[in-house]
Write a protein that binds this ligand. Structure first.
Ligand SMILES: [Zn+2]
Length: 471
Protein backbone atom coordinates (compact mmCIF):
# COMPACT_ATOMS: atom_id res chain seq x y z
CA UNK A 1 0.00 0.00 0.00
CA UNK A 2 0.94 3.63 -0.40
CA UNK A 3 0.28 6.83 1.54
CA UNK A 4 0.06 10.18 -0.20
CA UNK A 5 0.20 13.21 2.09
CA UNK A 6 -2.30 15.68 0.64
CA UNK A 7 -2.58 18.24 3.47
CA UNK A 8 -1.46 19.14 7.02
CA UNK A 9 2.03 18.18 5.82
CA UNK A 10 4.56 20.63 7.30
CA UNK A 11 1.60 22.85 8.21
CA UNK A 12 -1.25 22.69 10.72
CA UNK A 13 -4.19 23.01 8.36
CA UNK A 14 -6.04 21.08 5.63
CA UNK A 15 -5.59 17.56 7.08
CA UNK A 16 -5.88 14.96 4.24
CA UNK A 17 -3.94 11.69 3.97
CA UNK A 18 -4.67 9.29 1.13
CA UNK A 19 -4.23 5.53 1.59
CA UNK A 20 -3.97 3.47 -1.59
CA UNK A 21 -4.72 -0.19 -0.90
CA UNK A 22 -4.27 -2.20 -4.10
CA UNK A 23 -6.24 0.12 -6.37
CA UNK A 24 -8.79 1.38 -3.84
CA UNK A 25 -8.38 4.70 -2.09
CA UNK A 26 -9.33 5.78 1.44
CA UNK A 27 -8.97 9.36 2.63
CA UNK A 28 -8.12 10.04 6.29
CA UNK A 29 -9.74 13.42 7.07
CA UNK A 30 -10.92 15.93 4.50
CA UNK A 31 -9.83 19.18 6.08
CA UNK A 32 -10.13 22.66 4.72
CA UNK A 33 -6.89 24.57 4.18
CA UNK A 34 -7.13 27.85 6.09
CA UNK A 35 -4.75 30.64 5.22
CA UNK A 36 -4.36 33.57 2.86
CA UNK A 37 -7.53 33.81 0.75
CA UNK A 38 -6.10 33.22 -2.72
CA UNK A 39 -3.87 30.30 -1.73
CA UNK A 40 -6.74 28.73 0.26
CA UNK A 41 -9.12 29.07 -2.71
CA UNK A 42 -6.65 27.24 -4.93
CA UNK A 43 -5.73 24.43 -2.51
CA UNK A 44 -9.30 23.74 -1.40
CA UNK A 45 -10.64 23.47 -4.95
CA UNK A 46 -7.88 21.18 -6.24
CA UNK A 47 -7.43 17.82 -4.57
CA UNK A 48 -4.23 15.84 -5.09
CA UNK A 49 -6.36 12.87 -6.23
CA UNK A 50 -9.51 12.34 -8.26
CA UNK A 51 -12.52 12.65 -5.86
CA UNK A 52 -14.61 10.26 -8.03
CA UNK A 53 -12.03 7.49 -7.51
CA UNK A 54 -12.15 7.75 -3.73
CA UNK A 55 -13.82 4.85 -1.94
CA UNK A 56 -14.55 6.44 1.44
CA UNK A 57 -13.44 9.02 4.00
CA UNK A 58 -12.56 8.33 7.64
CA UNK A 59 -12.79 11.40 9.87
CA UNK A 60 -10.79 11.85 13.07
CA UNK A 61 -12.87 14.79 14.33
CA UNK A 62 -15.15 17.66 13.34
CA UNK A 63 -12.75 20.63 13.36
CA UNK A 64 -12.91 22.48 10.04
CA UNK A 65 -9.22 21.84 9.30
CA UNK A 66 -10.06 18.09 9.44
CA UNK A 67 -13.60 17.91 7.99
CA UNK A 68 -14.28 21.30 6.38
CA UNK A 69 -13.56 20.41 2.76
CA UNK A 70 -16.06 17.52 2.55
CA UNK A 71 -18.69 19.56 0.64
CA UNK A 72 -16.12 20.34 -2.10
CA UNK A 73 -15.25 16.63 -2.33
CA UNK A 74 -18.93 15.84 -2.95
CA UNK A 75 -19.36 18.67 -5.44
CA UNK A 76 -16.45 17.14 -7.38
CA UNK A 77 -18.10 13.73 -7.67
CA UNK A 78 -17.23 11.74 -4.52
CA UNK A 79 -20.06 9.30 -3.79
CA UNK A 80 -18.75 7.18 -0.93
CA UNK A 81 -19.39 7.04 2.80
CA UNK A 82 -17.87 9.10 5.60
CA UNK A 83 -17.01 7.11 8.73
CA UNK A 84 -16.70 8.81 12.13
CA UNK A 85 -18.03 8.73 15.70
CA UNK A 86 -21.61 9.87 16.29
CA UNK A 87 -20.55 13.04 18.16
CA UNK A 88 -18.31 13.98 15.23
CA UNK A 89 -21.23 13.51 12.87
CA UNK A 90 -23.47 15.71 15.02
CA UNK A 91 -20.85 18.44 15.33
CA UNK A 92 -20.26 18.32 11.56
CA UNK A 93 -23.98 18.94 11.07
CA UNK A 94 -23.63 22.42 12.58
CA UNK A 95 -20.00 23.19 11.79
CA UNK A 96 -20.13 22.52 8.04
CA UNK A 97 -23.20 24.74 7.68
CA UNK A 98 -21.55 27.45 9.74
CA UNK A 99 -18.43 27.17 7.58
CA UNK A 100 -20.59 27.45 4.43
CA UNK A 101 -22.20 30.59 5.84
CA UNK A 102 -18.73 32.11 6.42
CA UNK A 103 -17.67 31.13 2.84
CA UNK A 104 -20.79 32.74 1.38
CA UNK A 105 -20.29 35.97 3.38
CA UNK A 106 -16.60 36.12 2.51
CA UNK A 107 -17.27 35.65 -1.22
CA UNK A 108 -19.94 38.37 -1.06
CA UNK A 109 -17.35 40.73 0.45
CA UNK A 110 -14.67 39.84 -2.16
CA UNK A 111 -17.14 40.10 -5.05
CA UNK A 112 -18.19 43.62 -4.03
CA UNK A 113 -14.59 44.74 -4.53
CA UNK A 114 -14.17 42.70 -7.73
CA UNK A 115 -17.40 44.11 -9.21
CA UNK A 116 -16.08 47.65 -8.67
CA UNK A 117 -12.92 46.73 -10.59
CA UNK A 118 -14.93 44.94 -13.33
CA UNK A 119 -13.20 41.66 -12.46
CA UNK A 120 -14.96 38.27 -12.84
CA UNK A 121 -16.88 37.24 -9.70
CA UNK A 122 -16.04 34.23 -7.50
CA UNK A 123 -18.37 31.44 -6.40
CA UNK A 124 -18.21 30.50 -2.72
CA UNK A 125 -16.15 27.39 -1.97
CA UNK A 126 -19.47 25.79 -1.00
CA UNK A 127 -22.97 26.77 0.01
CA UNK A 128 -25.17 25.80 2.96
CA UNK A 129 -27.07 23.41 0.59
CA UNK A 130 -23.78 21.68 -0.32
CA UNK A 131 -22.95 21.30 3.38
CA UNK A 132 -26.37 19.80 4.12
CA UNK A 133 -26.16 17.31 1.24
CA UNK A 134 -22.95 15.79 2.63
CA UNK A 135 -24.61 14.86 5.91
CA UNK A 136 -26.66 12.10 4.28
CA UNK A 137 -23.55 10.00 3.68
CA UNK A 138 -22.17 9.86 7.22
CA UNK A 139 -21.90 6.49 8.95
CA UNK A 140 -21.18 6.71 12.64
CA UNK A 141 -19.62 4.08 14.92
CA UNK A 142 -18.92 3.97 18.66
CA UNK A 143 -15.46 4.16 20.21
CA UNK A 144 -13.48 0.92 20.70
CA UNK A 145 -15.70 -1.14 18.42
CA UNK A 146 -14.05 -2.66 15.35
CA UNK A 147 -15.99 -2.40 12.10
CA UNK A 148 -15.21 -3.27 8.48
CA UNK A 149 -15.18 -0.65 5.76
CA UNK A 150 -17.76 -1.50 3.06
CA UNK A 151 -16.42 -2.76 -0.25
CA UNK A 152 -13.13 -4.23 0.99
CA UNK A 153 -14.30 -7.80 1.55
CA UNK A 154 -13.53 -7.62 5.30
CA UNK A 155 -9.92 -6.68 4.54
CA UNK A 156 -10.00 -3.20 6.11
CA UNK A 157 -11.08 -2.91 9.75
CA UNK A 158 -11.33 0.38 11.63
CA UNK A 159 -11.49 1.15 15.34
CA UNK A 160 -12.02 4.62 16.77
CA UNK A 161 -10.10 5.30 19.98
CA UNK A 162 -10.60 8.34 22.23
CA UNK A 163 -8.29 11.24 21.33
CA UNK A 164 -9.38 13.59 24.16
CA UNK A 165 -9.15 16.65 21.89
CA UNK A 166 -12.75 17.76 21.24
CA UNK A 167 -16.13 16.09 21.62
CA UNK A 168 -16.20 12.99 19.40
CA UNK A 169 -12.49 13.23 18.51
CA UNK A 170 -10.83 9.93 17.78
CA UNK A 171 -7.58 8.30 16.88
CA UNK A 172 -8.02 5.86 14.03
CA UNK A 173 -6.66 2.30 14.03
CA UNK A 174 -6.73 0.60 10.62
CA UNK A 175 -6.06 -3.12 10.30
CA UNK A 176 -5.42 -3.74 6.63
CA UNK A 177 -4.91 -6.97 4.72
CA UNK A 178 -3.35 -6.54 1.30
CA UNK A 179 -2.19 -9.47 -0.84
CA UNK A 180 -2.09 -11.71 2.24
CA UNK A 181 0.05 -9.22 4.23
CA UNK A 182 -1.32 -7.60 7.37
CA UNK A 183 -0.52 -4.00 8.30
CA UNK A 184 -1.68 -2.07 11.36
CA UNK A 185 -1.74 1.66 10.68
CA UNK A 186 -2.54 4.30 13.30
CA UNK A 187 -3.52 7.94 12.91
CA UNK A 188 -3.63 10.07 16.06
CA UNK A 189 -5.81 12.80 14.49
CA UNK A 190 -5.37 15.74 16.87
CA UNK A 191 -4.19 14.36 20.17
CA UNK A 192 -5.65 15.96 23.29
CA UNK A 193 -4.32 16.18 26.83
CA UNK A 194 -4.76 14.51 30.18
CA UNK A 195 -6.97 16.28 32.73
CA UNK A 196 -8.80 18.52 30.24
CA UNK A 197 -12.24 19.43 31.59
CA UNK A 198 -15.29 17.42 30.41
CA UNK A 199 -13.66 14.93 28.00
CA UNK A 200 -12.14 11.54 28.68
CA UNK A 201 -8.34 11.39 28.53
CA UNK A 202 -6.71 10.14 25.31
CA UNK A 203 -6.60 6.35 24.95
CA UNK A 204 -3.82 4.24 23.41
CA UNK A 205 -4.03 3.07 19.78
CA UNK A 206 -2.20 -0.19 20.48
CA UNK A 207 0.96 -1.28 18.69
CA UNK A 208 1.08 -0.48 14.99
CA UNK A 209 3.49 -0.93 12.08
CA UNK A 210 2.96 2.59 10.77
CA UNK A 211 1.90 5.68 12.68
CA UNK A 212 0.85 9.15 11.57
CA UNK A 213 1.07 11.45 14.56
CA UNK A 214 0.13 15.07 14.91
CA UNK A 215 2.94 17.42 15.97
CA UNK A 216 1.24 20.82 16.43
CA UNK A 217 3.14 21.61 19.64
CA UNK A 218 6.13 19.38 18.88
CA UNK A 219 8.43 22.21 19.93
CA UNK A 220 6.48 23.71 22.84
CA UNK A 221 5.51 23.01 26.42
CA UNK A 222 2.19 24.00 27.97
CA UNK A 223 1.29 24.59 31.55
CA UNK A 224 -0.35 21.52 33.04
CA UNK A 225 -4.09 21.42 32.27
CA UNK A 226 -4.71 21.07 36.03
CA UNK A 227 -3.64 24.72 36.35
CA UNK A 228 -6.56 25.96 34.23
CA UNK A 229 -8.64 26.84 37.27
CA UNK A 230 -5.94 28.63 39.27
CA UNK A 231 -4.96 30.76 36.23
CA UNK A 232 -8.60 31.57 35.63
CA UNK A 233 -9.25 32.41 39.30
CA UNK A 234 -6.34 34.89 39.42
CA UNK A 235 -7.45 36.66 36.24
CA UNK A 236 -11.10 36.89 37.34
CA UNK A 237 -10.20 38.30 40.76
CA UNK A 238 -8.08 40.96 39.08
CA UNK A 239 -10.93 41.88 36.71
CA UNK A 240 -13.52 41.98 39.52
CA UNK A 241 -11.28 44.32 41.49
CA UNK A 242 -10.91 46.65 38.49
CA UNK A 243 -14.71 46.58 38.04
CA UNK A 244 -14.56 46.24 34.25
CA UNK A 245 -15.76 43.73 31.70
CA UNK A 246 -13.94 40.56 30.71
CA UNK A 247 -14.06 39.86 26.97
CA UNK A 248 -13.12 36.33 25.96
CA UNK A 249 -12.61 35.43 22.30
CA UNK A 250 -13.27 31.71 22.22
CA UNK A 251 -13.70 28.81 19.80
CA UNK A 252 -17.34 27.69 19.80
CA UNK A 253 -16.66 23.99 20.04
CA UNK A 254 -14.72 22.76 23.01
CA UNK A 255 -12.94 25.76 24.44
CA UNK A 256 -16.12 27.67 25.38
CA UNK A 257 -17.62 24.61 27.10
CA UNK A 258 -14.35 23.95 28.96
CA UNK A 259 -14.29 27.55 30.15
CA UNK A 260 -17.88 27.38 31.42
CA UNK A 261 -17.04 24.11 33.17
CA UNK A 262 -14.01 25.67 34.90
CA UNK A 263 -16.07 28.74 35.91
CA UNK A 264 -18.76 26.44 37.35
CA UNK A 265 -16.17 24.57 39.41
CA UNK A 266 -14.61 27.80 40.74
CA UNK A 267 -18.01 29.20 41.64
CA UNK A 268 -19.18 25.98 43.30
CA UNK A 269 -15.98 25.94 45.36
CA UNK A 270 -16.74 29.58 46.31
CA UNK A 271 -13.35 30.66 44.94
CA UNK A 272 -15.09 33.32 42.83
CA UNK A 273 -18.43 35.02 43.50
CA UNK A 274 -21.31 34.59 41.05
CA UNK A 275 -21.24 37.37 38.44
CA UNK A 276 -23.01 37.74 35.08
CA UNK A 277 -21.54 35.61 32.27
CA UNK A 278 -22.83 35.85 28.70
CA UNK A 279 -22.11 33.30 26.00
CA UNK A 280 -22.78 35.38 22.92
CA UNK A 281 -22.46 33.13 19.86
CA UNK A 282 -25.20 31.12 18.12
CA UNK A 283 -22.72 28.41 17.09
CA UNK A 284 -21.53 28.01 20.69
CA UNK A 285 -25.14 27.68 21.86
CA UNK A 286 -25.79 24.95 19.24
CA UNK A 287 -22.50 23.19 19.99
CA UNK A 288 -23.32 23.15 23.72
CA UNK A 289 -26.65 21.44 22.93
CA UNK A 290 -24.71 18.74 21.06
CA UNK A 291 -22.36 18.29 24.03
CA UNK A 292 -25.41 17.52 26.19
CA UNK A 293 -26.39 14.71 23.79
CA UNK A 294 -23.08 12.87 24.13
CA UNK A 295 -22.38 11.82 27.71
CA UNK A 296 -20.48 8.81 26.29
CA UNK A 297 -17.61 11.26 25.68
CA UNK A 298 -17.52 12.62 29.25
CA UNK A 299 -14.95 11.80 31.95
CA UNK A 300 -15.98 10.36 35.32
CA UNK A 301 -15.83 13.74 37.05
CA UNK A 302 -18.30 15.25 34.58
CA UNK A 303 -20.62 12.23 34.80
CA UNK A 304 -20.59 12.52 38.62
CA UNK A 305 -21.45 16.23 38.45
CA UNK A 306 -24.35 15.57 36.11
CA UNK A 307 -25.58 12.67 38.27
CA UNK A 308 -25.61 15.06 41.23
CA UNK A 309 -27.65 17.62 39.33
CA UNK A 310 -24.83 20.13 38.73
CA UNK A 311 -25.33 21.86 35.40
CA UNK A 312 -21.76 22.01 34.13
CA UNK A 313 -22.83 23.96 31.08
CA UNK A 314 -24.05 26.89 33.06
CA UNK A 315 -25.14 27.99 36.48
CA UNK A 316 -27.96 30.51 36.90
CA UNK A 317 -25.64 33.42 36.20
CA UNK A 318 -24.61 32.06 32.77
CA UNK A 319 -26.83 33.31 29.96
CA UNK A 320 -26.66 31.97 26.40
CA UNK A 321 -27.40 34.62 23.77
CA UNK A 322 -28.56 33.71 20.24
CA UNK A 323 -30.64 36.73 19.31
CA UNK A 324 -28.87 39.72 17.65
CA UNK A 325 -30.89 42.36 19.54
CA UNK A 326 -29.99 40.74 22.83
CA UNK A 327 -26.38 40.63 21.74
CA UNK A 328 -26.42 44.37 20.97
CA UNK A 329 -27.97 45.07 24.39
CA UNK A 330 -24.77 43.76 26.00
CA UNK A 331 -23.08 47.03 24.92
CA UNK A 332 -25.18 48.91 27.44
CA UNK A 333 -24.60 46.46 30.30
CA UNK A 334 -23.24 48.30 33.33
CA UNK A 335 -20.80 46.72 35.75
CA UNK A 336 -18.60 43.67 35.71
CA UNK A 337 -19.51 40.77 33.46
CA UNK A 338 -17.82 38.22 31.22
CA UNK A 339 -18.69 38.04 27.52
CA UNK A 340 -17.57 34.85 25.77
CA UNK A 341 -17.89 35.18 22.02
CA UNK A 342 -16.55 33.83 18.70
CA UNK A 343 -14.62 33.69 16.47
CA UNK A 344 -11.73 32.35 18.48
CA UNK A 345 -9.02 34.27 16.61
CA UNK A 346 -11.14 37.47 16.35
CA UNK A 347 -11.35 37.24 12.56
CA UNK A 348 -15.14 37.45 12.27
CA UNK A 349 -18.37 37.29 14.27
CA UNK A 350 -19.80 39.08 17.28
CA UNK A 351 -16.51 39.19 19.18
CA UNK A 352 -15.45 42.06 16.90
CA UNK A 353 -18.27 44.27 18.23
CA UNK A 354 -17.39 43.46 21.83
CA UNK A 355 -13.72 44.22 21.24
CA UNK A 356 -14.55 47.50 19.50
CA UNK A 357 -16.78 48.53 22.42
CA UNK A 358 -14.45 47.53 25.23
CA UNK A 359 -10.81 47.41 24.19
CA UNK A 360 -10.11 51.12 24.78
CA UNK A 361 -11.18 51.08 28.45
CA UNK A 362 -8.32 50.31 30.83
CA UNK A 363 -10.74 48.86 33.43
CA UNK A 364 -11.58 46.00 31.03
CA UNK A 365 -9.72 42.78 30.38
CA UNK A 366 -9.30 40.76 27.18
CA UNK A 367 -8.77 37.17 28.27
CA UNK A 368 -6.96 34.98 25.74
CA UNK A 369 -7.58 31.24 26.14
CA UNK A 370 -6.84 29.95 22.63
CA UNK A 371 -4.23 29.74 19.92
CA UNK A 372 -3.89 32.90 17.83
CA UNK A 373 -2.41 32.28 14.38
CA UNK A 374 -0.10 34.78 12.65
CA UNK A 375 -1.85 37.59 10.75
CA UNK A 376 -5.04 37.46 12.84
CA UNK A 377 -6.54 40.26 14.93
CA UNK A 378 -6.25 37.94 17.93
CA UNK A 379 -2.47 37.75 17.44
CA UNK A 380 -2.21 41.55 17.15
CA UNK A 381 -4.06 41.85 20.48
CA UNK A 382 -1.71 39.29 22.08
CA UNK A 383 1.28 41.25 20.75
CA UNK A 384 -0.09 44.45 22.35
CA UNK A 385 0.02 42.83 25.80
CA UNK A 386 3.02 44.73 27.11
CA UNK A 387 2.46 47.91 25.11
CA UNK A 388 -0.74 49.60 26.29
CA UNK A 389 -2.01 52.14 23.80
CA UNK A 390 -0.99 50.06 20.74
CA UNK A 391 -3.32 50.85 17.85
CA UNK A 392 -5.25 48.08 16.10
CA UNK A 393 -7.96 48.14 13.43
CA UNK A 394 -11.44 46.69 13.86
CA UNK A 395 -13.96 47.08 10.98
CA UNK A 396 -11.48 49.50 9.36
CA UNK A 397 -11.44 51.89 12.36
CA UNK A 398 -8.51 52.45 14.66
CA UNK A 399 -8.72 51.52 18.37
CA UNK A 400 -6.17 51.82 21.17
CA UNK A 401 -5.54 48.68 23.21
CA UNK A 402 -5.92 50.04 26.74
CA UNK A 403 -7.69 47.03 28.25
CA UNK A 404 -5.47 44.56 30.11
CA UNK A 405 -4.49 41.54 28.03
CA UNK A 406 -4.27 38.31 30.04
CA UNK A 407 -3.09 35.10 28.42
CA UNK A 408 -4.13 31.82 30.07
CA UNK A 409 -1.67 29.19 28.85
CA UNK A 410 -3.08 26.13 30.57
CA UNK A 411 -6.02 25.96 28.14
CA UNK A 412 -4.91 24.00 25.08
CA UNK A 413 -6.56 21.18 23.20
CA UNK A 414 -3.32 19.69 21.87
CA UNK A 415 -0.67 17.61 23.58
CA UNK A 416 2.63 19.48 23.99
CA UNK A 417 6.12 18.09 23.34
CA UNK A 418 6.37 16.18 26.63
CA UNK A 419 2.85 14.80 26.30
CA UNK A 420 3.50 13.71 22.69
CA UNK A 421 6.78 11.98 23.61
CA UNK A 422 5.16 10.28 26.64
CA UNK A 423 2.34 9.05 24.43
CA UNK A 424 4.63 7.86 21.62
CA UNK A 425 6.86 6.01 24.10
CA UNK A 426 3.94 3.65 24.71
CA UNK A 427 4.49 2.13 21.26
CA UNK A 428 6.78 -0.87 20.88
CA UNK A 429 9.67 0.51 18.79
CA UNK A 430 10.55 -2.92 17.42
CA UNK A 431 7.10 -3.18 15.84
CA UNK A 432 6.80 0.45 14.67
CA UNK A 433 8.49 0.60 11.26
CA UNK A 434 7.59 4.07 10.06
CA UNK A 435 6.63 7.16 12.06
CA UNK A 436 5.26 10.13 10.13
CA UNK A 437 4.97 13.57 11.75
CA UNK A 438 2.01 15.49 10.32
CA UNK A 439 -0.07 18.52 11.36
CA UNK A 440 2.83 20.69 12.53
CA UNK A 441 5.10 23.54 11.46
CA UNK A 442 8.59 22.44 10.30
CA UNK A 443 10.40 24.15 13.20
CA UNK A 444 8.39 22.35 15.90
CA UNK A 445 8.49 19.09 13.93
CA UNK A 446 12.31 19.20 13.80
CA UNK A 447 12.46 19.70 17.59
CA UNK A 448 10.06 16.81 18.15
CA UNK A 449 12.07 14.63 15.77
CA UNK A 450 15.26 15.32 17.79
CA UNK A 451 13.48 14.39 21.04
CA UNK A 452 12.12 11.21 19.47
CA UNK A 453 15.56 10.17 18.21
CA UNK A 454 16.89 10.72 21.78
CA UNK A 455 14.09 8.39 22.89
CA UNK A 456 15.20 5.65 20.51
CA UNK A 457 12.76 6.14 17.64
CA UNK A 458 13.97 5.34 14.12
CA UNK A 459 12.56 5.93 10.65
CA UNK A 460 10.89 9.25 11.41
CA UNK A 461 9.58 11.11 8.39
CA UNK A 462 8.31 14.69 8.01
CA UNK A 463 6.43 14.53 4.69
CA UNK A 464 5.67 17.49 2.44
CA UNK A 465 2.34 18.00 0.66
CA UNK A 466 2.24 15.63 -2.33
CA UNK A 467 4.87 13.16 -1.01
CA UNK A 468 4.10 9.48 -1.57
CA UNK A 469 5.49 6.65 0.59
CA UNK A 470 5.39 2.96 -0.10
CA UNK A 471 4.44 0.98 3.02
ZN1 LIG B 1 -8.59 19.70 15.98
Amino acid sequence: MKIKFCGAAQTVTGSQHLLVINVKKILLDCGMFQGKREEAFKINRHFLFEPKDLHCVILSHAHIDHAGNLPVLFAKGFEGSIYCTSATRDLCSIMLQDSAFIQEKDTEFVNKRRAKRNEPLFNPLYTIEDARAVLEDFKSFPYDKKFYVDGFDNKVAVTFIEAGHILGSSQVLLEIEEDGKKIALGFTGDLGRYHLPILKDPGFLGNVDVLLTESTYGGRLHKNAELIESELETAIKEALEAGGKIIVPSFSVGRSQELIYALTELQNAKKIPPFPIFVDSPLTVNATDIFKLHPECFDTETITYLANGVNIFGLDNVKYVKDVTESKKLNEFKGTCMIISASGMCEAGRILHHLANNIQNSKNMIMIIGYMAENTLGKRIVDAKDNPGTKIKIFGDEYKVNAKIRILNAFSGHADQNELVTYLNKFDKTILKKLFLVHGEPEGQKLLEEKLIENGFKNIFIPKRGDVYQI
